[in-house]
Design a protein around this ligand. Sequence first.
Ligand SMILES: Nc1nc2c(ncn2[C@@H]2O[C@H](COP(=O)(O)OP(=O)(O)O)[C@@H](O)[C@H]2O)c(=O)[nH]1
Ligand SMILES: [Mg+2]
Length: 315
Amino acid sequence: MSEIDIKRAGFCAIIGAPNAGKSTLTNRLVGAKVAIVTHKVQTTRFPVRGVAQTGDTQVVIVDTPGIFAAKRRLDRAMVKAAWGGADEADCVVHLIDASAWVAEKTGRPSAAQRHSLEDDRRVIEQLKEAGTRAILALNKIDLFPHDQILPVMQALSGEGVYEDIFMISADKGDGVDKLEAAIASRMPEGPALYPPDQVADLPMRLLAAEVTREKLMLRLHQELPYQLTVETENWEERADGSVRIQQVVIVGRDGHKAMVLGKGGSLIKEIGRQSRIELTQMLERPVHLFLFVKVDERWQERRETYRGIGLEFDV
Ligand SMILES: Nc1nc2c(ncn2[C@@H]2O[C@H](COP(=O)(O)OP(=O)(O)O)[C@@H](O)[C@H]2O)c(=O)[nH]1
Ligand SMILES: [Mg+2]
């Protein structure tokens, strides 16, 4: 469909607790991978815009960092950016991991589920304070029998902040069409905001760094994934149609550098292999990827780090 056929266009922010499935839902709505997904909390660090189209409507999906009680500077900046995404949107979807609510109603929720419930309740309070009306999407319905969700739906609709409630599985795709139609119906009339063939509003250098960070997050444990960042230092289009990408993994301590490298450099080599395979698919051309590891004790306190990914430093 060409640009002229678009009659409505606007922004829809997906907000919610860490690990609710916001990035999974964003990728599904867009129909391409624009945001990285892991089983770990706080994977997404800055709002990512993905462009979706339903009929004559263009919806710019704003995937946001998780909302939680943040203390570190980077965390505070992430939560601020999440609410910033919601403020600017024509439509806000509050995505909840419904399996945590079901666990609370039917048995003993795990520690992670209790965290997620606390964060959900914090979001509800803030929606009330701001007077923001949202669409509620209860996610991960593939994890429990559907009749168990009814008391949860009742409790949440009683909060008075939701215009509409949907049950979905962002991962499997169930229920996403109806949610998508509801989002589309809330978009204002107007021309397309992005060219129809563009899926993400994110510089390729940044997206490429995110792909490598995803592979690192999946392989590293405990605090380490949160103590590193990845930057694309160099991007060179070659005459033979391939691209040479040089990236640096920045860690805070020498000990972390050793862990990222792995025995004899084996881990970083494997990360590089996985990232290169995915980048080759994304860019549809051969990729030569070079990864380096650098120690910078103060990277989380440097203004440039934040500017580079579009976050505010002074929050
Ligand atoms: N079972 C199940 N898992 C899901 C679903 N949606 C997301 N997940 C998983 O939940 C985890 C967090 O997903 P992610 O999209 O990164 O969450 P975000 O932090 O809210 O962006 C990942 O392991 C996903 O695979 C779903 O509908 N069902
Ligand atoms: Mg995410």
